[in-house]
Design a protein around this ligand. Structure first.
Ligand code: ASP
Length: 291
């Protein structure tokens, strides 16, 4: 059995040089938090949720605190979790200001229903013990400046910054994946991205776990995470499969991005077709980060 391993990402895009160290540090802290759950006997699902929670709480990432805003300045959060062992999965889409959407998805995971969106998802969250926070708790000055540039000047809102995710193989060899995001800056209210959609931005089974980031519509249309899992099941090398799919998403579906991939019997693989994607890995002996 291979050692337990956790891999996180802090979003694909083009992270300015001066922010790259902070992105790597944020990813390393999240990987460490997930690793501590594993050391304490926690499973892969618990570890990815703990890691994503740390990233959601860090305002430099576009998830939870620091999330991107909709065209009308609203908060609309997407998140998903999948357990590769039980094959249970849950996505939460288009919810307002909740501090840690990944915990809401985790709570939904044992239920039969897989995807809840919008105001009714918020009602469900409230009923299950989650309290919304004031919008101001999540919206940072930096995000507001980018949002103004997008809505007032037609800026591109460089999506680096970034969606977050984690994949894990625990001591039992079980896999899990989780993703969380505020989505694309200036998105149409009601828009749901790839992150909460199982088989698009998030997927795990007994062979692999994947969390994607990038131009969500392209990842949805290409059924990215599901295609990757199928390729791995068919015996394609994990790195080759991921590389080929990211290139296909870029060249055929016209969207750039990246993903983190962990297989049941291989090393962690972070890859992107953007300039940067921050990431960090945890194993019992070391934490490594990169961009
Ligand atoms: N994939 C996310 C979305 O489209 C955005 C990102 O990864 O930056 O909602």
């Amino acid at each position: 059995m291979l050692e337990p391993t956790l891999l996180v990402h802090g979003g694909a895009g083009s992270i300015p040089l001066e922010s790259q160290a902070a992105h790597q540090q944020g990813c390393a802290a999240a990987a460490q938090a997930g690793g501590e759950i594993l050391l304490a006997g926690g499973n892969a699902v618990e570890a990815v949720c703990a890691a994503v929670e740390v990233l959601e709480d860090n305002p430099i990432f576009n998830a939870g605190r620091g999330c991107a805003l909709t065209l009308d300045g609203g908060v609309s959060l997407d998140s998903a979790v999948m357990c590769g062992y039980t094959l249970q999965a849950a996505g939460i889409g288009g919810i307002g200001p909740f501090k840690n959407p990944v915990r809401i998805a985790q709570k939904l995971m044992p239920k039969k229903e897989v995807l809840l969106v919008g105001p009714q998802a918020e009602v469900w969250a409230l009923r299950h013990g989650f309290e919304p926070v004031p919008k101001e708790d999540l919206v940072t000055e930096k995000v507001l400046a980018v949002w103004r540039d997008v809505v007032e000047n037609g800026g591109t809102g460089n999506f680096a910054g970034g969606t977050v995710g984690a994949v894990c193989r625990d001591a039992a060899g079980h896999m899990a994946a989780a993703t969380s995001t505020g989505g694309t800056m200036g998105k149409t209210p009601g828009r749901i991205g790839d992150s909460p959609l199982i088989g698009a931005g998030t997927f795990a089974d007994e062979k692999c776990a994947v969390s994607a980031t990038g131009e969500g519509e392209s990842f949805i249309r290409s059924v990215f995470a599901g295609q990757l899992a199928c390729a791995i099941r068919d015996g394609v090398g994990p790195k080759e499969a991921l590389q080929a799919l990211l290139i296909r998403v870029r060249d055929v579906y016209h969207g750039v991005g990246g993903a983190i991939l962990l297989t049941v019997d291989g090393p962690p693989i972070p890859l992107c077709t953007t300039e940067t994607m921050s990431w960090a890995t945890w194993t019992p002996t070391e934490v490594r980060s990169g961009i």
